[in-house]
Unconditional design. Structure first.
Length: 162
């Protein structure tokens, strides 16, 4: 569930509302992949009320361009330290989280950070035409960089106990 913040010829940008009824990052989806859309959602009144009572405000539109996959990847990587790409038709149960190293007409190179908040040693490349979704600015991506630092830092932060 989310709020549409921007739309381009191929993609649209959502401010995500997570299962805890809180704003939690952004998601860009391909317009061609939208099959069913319910506006407003069945639970829209409840969600709106909960967000308002919690003092949650719709986030500002990030400086992200949704005109093409290449511009989306470039602009999202400038605005956020890590992004998440999904290739749902190619690998439906896999996502790749990391820092964009390079973007060409046909590929994106991503230095990935794992679920243990450790950075890989080398970037991997993915075909842009296989990417169906791009996420960024969420709590999970933030937690990974909070613990793992930024690419090249190789210094993982740890805590002794909670």
């Amino acid at each position: 569930m989310g709020y549409v913040l921007a739309a381009g010829p191929q993609f649209f940008l959502l401010a995500l509302v997570d299962e805890n009824i809180r704003f939690n990052g952004f998601q860009c989806l391909r317009l061609q992949d939208v099959r069913n859309l319910q506006v407003p959602a069945k639970s829209a009144a409840f969600v709106e009320a909960a967000l308002k009572l919690r003092g949650e405000r719709r986030p500002k539109i990030p400086l992200v361009t949704v005109d093409s996959m290449q511009e989306l990847l470039r602009s999202a990587s400038h605005a956020f330290p890590v992004i998440t790409i999904h290739r749902e038709r190619f690998a439906p149960d896999v996502c790749h989280i990391g820092s964009v190293v390079a973007v060409s007409d046909s590929q994106v190179s991503l230095l990935e950070i794992g679920p243990d908040a450790c950075w890989d040693d080398a970037a991997l490349s993915y075909q842009t035409k296989q990417i169906t979704r791009v996420d960024f600015g969420g709590d999970y991506e933030d937690a990974l960089t909070l613990v793992g630092g930024f690419p090249g830092s190789r210094q993982k932060r740890t805590t002794s106990s909670l």
